[in-house]
Design a protein around this ligand. Sequence first.
Ligand code: SF4
Length: 408
Amino acid sequence: MDAYALYLHIPFCRQRCSYCDFNTYTTLSDLQAAYVAALAAEIRQVGASAVGGRPAVHTIFFGGGTPSLLTPAQLATILSAAHAAFAVDPAAEITLEANPGTVDVAYLTAIRALGVNRLSFGVQSALPGELALLGRAHDFAAAVAAVEAARAAGFDNLNLDLIYGLPGQSVADWQRTLDAVLPLNVEHISLYCLTIEPGTPMQRWLHNGTILAPDADTAADQYEAAGRALAAAGFQHYEISNWARPGRECRHNLVYWRNEPYLGLGAGAHGSAGGYRYHVVRQPRAYVKRIRNYELGIRNEAGAFPPAPLPPRSPALNAFPLSPAVADYHRVGRDEAMSDTAITQLRLLDEGLSLGAFAGRFGQSFDEVYGDTVSQLQTWELLQRRGDRLLLTEKGRFLSNQVFYRFV
Ligand code: SF4
């Protein structure tokens, strides 16, 4: 049986950042206790749908939203459900996303004792003006305090998220953030280039002229500057947006990038397992209702999954991972599986895509399927071959979206 990465979505935040279009809510704190109970129930239901014993889980990732808004008791409820439903590897990487300003030493000590062994802090910038533009609820001093509290609580595996490519942000501004963050001496850093998403305050500001559109050339220079600074500080650039000290790559995210199976539970979570891709009902109140109704034996809601009665011999509706909160799913066809393999594995800069493994899995060489595309991308110096591996070039790293859409 496959071993799975387990993603658990926590859709609560104190305030919404100006660029954020994630599935998170600032007005549902009254739902938090019911949501935790529903998530624990969904974990039990999915675990129970496996045939042949508890499925193995080797990473757990609490993502959000702001998972650090959960109390230690709520995290304990969820984790004990996970340990009961799945065979969780004793050495599993268990990550919690946290925002500076939401944690202190006592809180972090309590969740470390529950088995959480990796923290990912949303720091984003060291500059007050940029944090205000982003609508962040903390200053940089809170980020420094969070890292110090994490160390005091015994965490030796920390990630910091940063954002570049902001409107009006110069390379020198970005360098000031890097210079402030690197002395914190963490194990992992993720850098995201700002994208202005539809429906966000930032998009409105762009449309009404309050802010200027970010400059793509400046963002490219910032990405290069970060690469130089992080390499000089001893980080390895192992994925397009991620740098780690040796051996500290994010094991959970490696599962996505290697196109291996993962389970996504909680409102709006996505999963890929058993030959299916699925996603869970997005709205937290609807999610809680689905799970509760299932527990109460109510199976005939419009759109409920699975419908009642279960149709005989319907593998899609009776196979693991069976969650009553799934909103939609589809069987992954061969073309989609090949495309997913190319797009996810090329994100890994040293590992890339194994041509031998691809041919072994699909019974067709990568060149037979994508030969013309690969030749074109090599001509443009965006892809390169190294032995059995196909890799992005230096130039291809920043232009990766130009590469990936050609494999869709
Ligand atoms: S803290 Fe994260 S999830 Fe919450 S609003 Fe800000 S960007 Fe979105």
